[in-house]
Design a protein. Sequence first.
Length: 210
Amino acid sequence: MRLILMGAPGAGKGTQAEIISETLRIPTISTGNIIREALKSGSAMGRKAKQYMVDGRLVPDDIVIGIIRDRLAQPDCANGFILDGFPRTIPQAEALDRMGVDIDRVIDIEVDDETIARRVSGRRICPSCGASYHVDYKRPTVEDICDRCGDTLVQRPDDHPDTVRERLRVYHEQTEPLKSYYVAAGKLYAVEGQEEISDTSRLVLAALEN
């Protein structure tokens, strides 16, 4: 199954992507993680993307689309994948269509801005493997230590409250129009994000079965 996960920053896309990935045994393609890896490595692409991410702006399409094209060509995507963080604009969705990528379903996780602001302030990320945690909703076994690789968890600069507000503004302005795009294609399934991760997961997995 070829899936896209939509939702505002902090809506829980990453967490639900992990659950779907384990259930369906398909990889999650997170553009955010890939770009952060480039940032950490200091590559040319990372330097280009850095200021956009720090300011809470979208990374330009030519950079993101190049990353996606290379990633989807890898063997582990042959039986399906989950796109988390792409497309974020209608031009990106159109570019995905031009690449010949046939998406089966788009899951939109809907959460109000006030709830997102509360969630994001507690989010913690592993800088090494990209695993995502939360101080309230998804705690690591050992405080501030990644369960997967043992590195120390951090709060991302783009999770700062001012940056979060800017990211939400950009989302509503540039990404929400994608809902209409995929409704027209008959592929959008909306899911109301719940306080408990397991409750949201149940709704998401049910949407995949319809």
